[in-house]
Design a protein around this ligand. Structure first.
Ligand code: ADP
Ligand code: MG
Length: 678
């Protein structure tokens, strides 16, 4: 019965309570879930190396004949260690197996196997521990690698998988209509599920993965598009397109760049519609997103509509407040700042004025979305650096006012295709150029030996009138060797930066204190700011022209780019010095990318490639359902296809109600884990 597919995982032979628990730990509750436990990769046993060429401390595939099995030894705590001597015909190696008597029994003396495991030891005596193995005469030499948990072996998964697939194959089904399979040259679902787990060949595994990844991307696109269509059905306040913001432009201290102007035009167009705007404004650090936000607030205010601008940190909120008030107050608009740091009396006063409609633009942290904040006519909600907010926070903000227009500003330059996938229900404006006269930040990566030289350079720039940031990863000293700002600031004040005015800034300082330091830095009273990544987002001090980043290995590419974006914001040639003693390959690669490019989009793409989208956005903050198969970054082409396919399907069947789309609809809803349809 097909129902067996959705029964408890213990339904499968050999899965008792204990193993069932292990499966549940992996999120596998039924045979169906097991089938969708897709291999992370494959082990290709054909790519074996001789023992003498195996990499120590690393995983290797070897072809070994067992010479002699030794008696299992029981050591303390009931641990059983088995070992055997094996050879590749030239050298010998010890095979060590821990606590797996059955696994050990399966190896036979005189038999030849392909084995995959971690090789340790010295040139003289090597050992391979807990290898995965198959007999050399086995015909299929490609085996899946699964995400496993303690006590659940690949062989157990394979046996259970065989049975689960057997159940499914008795009741074959297909989620995609035939013409789509034909149109995109995709293999049938049943074949794909079989071949993703038990591939006939490399190319079969590849093709199966392509099909399953397509499914996933298609469902993602369908879900996103349906959410967008649903949003289009709600109504918002349509502003008047004849309202002019010419005075805003006249009051600006600079001329908007082309990208900024066209973003403003996109936004005003959206605001004049009676469906809520849902736009992502994307621009590299320093591209001038704040001025665009200010233009939008100005347009709204002139339409009698209140705007809220929400920033992820107090520092940033107060900085936005000063920018916006400078740009908007001369025009007679009322701008206010509301953060958690304000006194109760001040908060009450601001709340009363918001409710009375006396404030045109409110800037703040999440304090502005708390339940007790009421607005008279909130119609435009802007979130800055949105990837720092949780999905829930964003939703809470959107619920204020009835379907306000929404603008989301992001400084993480996400490749366009990816942005479309993640913000599938958003429209996008991109500011692709920086304001005129900006020079790329010169970036160097050096080891700690060059620290004194680096600071010599920093002092020289400060003497010329510039300011500096020094970034450390930690606040307090810890067991690690990482630099902590507190100690670092003291040391610098007595050493490398002796005689200069320095100050400390980190996330655990009181808000008022942070604000005081930032103000002094902005006013030029502080020459060097010793800080943590609190300065990462949005801080704008154009006179700061050099940044030193300690323990640069601790930061991801996008984070380094964000940090570096704090300099090079004015007319001065700026510098970034990355200090790291780490020689790990991954770290060297990041340093090389940082020193060779300042293009945020390129850096983001590299970062995605190195880390994958999950890490890239931080833990589950992007609101994207978890993808199991498709690697968003590497399947750009496939995702383009899925996007086109989703549009084609929805054009004929916008609610997926036709019988041929039934399976797809169920699957899509399952992916999003909620009712997004209708
Ligand atoms: P981001 O996009 O990183 O938020 P900001 O809005 O903080 O960038 O702007 C960075 C700096 O560039 C600010 O000092 C701002 O005054 C300046 N700026 C913005 N637009 C322009 C422009 N069109 N010409 C010159 N400078 C500009
Ligand atoms: Mg900004």
């Amino acid at each position: 019965m097909a129902a067996d597919l959705f029964s408890e995982i213990e339904y499968l032979k050999g899965v008792g309570k204990a193993r069932g628990e292990k499966y549940r730990k992996l999120g596998i509750n039924s045979p169906y879930d097991l089938i969708y436990h897709i291999p992370r990769a494959y082990l290709d046993f054909r790519a074996y190396v001789p023992i003498c060429q195996s990499k120590l401390g690393d995983y290797n595939v070897l072809k070994l004949t067992i010479l002699q099995k030794n008696r299992p030894q029981r050591v303390r705590g009931g641990l059983v260690i088995c070992n055997a001597i094996a050879t590749d015909g030239i050298d010998s190696i010890v095979i060590v197996v821990y606590n797996n008597i059955y696994g050990f029994q399966a190896m036979q003396e005189g038999q030849t196997y392909y084995m995959y495991g971690k090789v340790n030891g010295s040139l003289m005596r090597r050992e391979i521990s807990a290898p995965v193995f198959i007999k050399a005469e086995e015909s299929v030499l490609i085996q899946p690698i699964y995400r496993l948990t303690q006590g659940l072996s690949v062989n157990m998964v394979r046996t259970n998988m065989r049975q689960a697939l057997g159940i499914m194959e008795k009741f074959p089904f297909e989620t995609l209509p035939q013409e789509i399979l034909d149109g995109y040259k995709l293999p049938p679902l049943m074949w794909s599920l079989e071949n993703i787990h038990f591939p006939e060949s490399d190319s079969a595994a590849e093709e199966a993965r392509r099909r399953l990844a397509f499914d996933e991307l298609l469902k993602l696109q369908l879900g996103m598009t349906m959410m967008k269509l649903r949003r289009r059905k709600t109504t918002a306040f349509a502003m008047d397109s004849s309202v002019s913001i010419d005075d805003f432009s006249r009051n600006l201290p600079f001329e908007l760049t082309e990208g900024q102007s066209s973003a403003v035009a996109d936004i005003i167009r959206d605001l004049c519609r009676n469906t809520p705007m849902n736009r992502l404004l994307q621009g590299d650090v320093g591209s001038g997103k704040t001025a665009v936000a200010a233009a939008a607030c100005c347009f709204a205010a002139k339409n009698g509509i209140q705007s809220a601008l929400m920033a992820p940190t107090e520092i940033l909120a107060s900085q936005h407040y000063s920018t916006l008030s400078a740009l908007l107050e001369p025009l007679g608009l009322n701008v206010c700042l509301l953060t958690g740091a304000a006194t109760a009396k001040k908060k009450n006063d601001i709340r009363a004025r918001l409710a009375a409609g006396e404030i045109d633009v409110i800037v703040g942290t999440h304090a502005i979305i708390q339940k007790d904040v009421e607005y008279k006519a909130l119609g435009l909600v802007i979130t800055d650096e949105q990837h720092r907010f949780g999905v829930a926070q964003r939703a809470a903000l959107a619920e204020k006012g009835d379907s306000p227009h929404r603008l989301v500003m992001s400084a993480t330059p996400i490749p366009r295709t990816l942005a479309l996938m993640i913000y599938g229900d958003l429209d996008i404006s991109v500011i692709s150029q920086l304001p005129k006269g900006r020079q790329p930040v010169k970036t160097y990566a050096v080891t700690g030996k060059k620290r004194a030289d680096a600071f010599g350079f920093v002092r020289k720039l400060i003497d010329e009138g510039r300011q500096a940031y020094v970034v450390c990863p930690m606040i307090e000293d810890s067991d690690s060797d990482l630099f902590a700002v507190k100690t670092y600031a003291e040391d610098a004040a007595n050493g490398n930066l002796k005689g200069y005015s320095t100050a400390l800034l980190h996330g655990r300082m009181r808000a008022a204190e942070k604000e005081k330091v930032m103000k002094k830095f902005r006013d030029g009273e502080i020459q060097a700011l010793i800080c943590t990544t609190v300065v990462e987002v949005g801080v704008d001090v154009p006179n700061a022209a050099v940044m030193v980043i300690e323990n640069a290995e601790r930061f991801g590419l996008s984070q380094l780019h964000q940090l570096r974006g704090r300099v090079g914001r004015g007319e001065f040639l700026s510098y970034c010095i990355l200090i790291t003693d780490n020689t790990n390959e991954d770290c060297m690669k990041r340093m090389k990318i940082m020193t060779h490019t300042t293009d945020g989009f390129k850096i983001a793409e590299e970062d995605l490639k190195m880390r994958g989208p999950g890490d890239f956005f931080g833990s589950a903050q992007h609101g994207l359902p978890p993808l199991k198969i498709a690697d968003v970054a590497c399947s750009m082409e496939l995702s383009g296809m899925a996007q086109e396919c989703a549009q084609r399907i929805l054009a004929n069947d916008p609610t997926l109600s036709k019988p041929q789309h039934r399976a797809l609809k169920l699957d899509t809803m399952r992916l999003f884990d909620k009712d997004i349809i209708g």
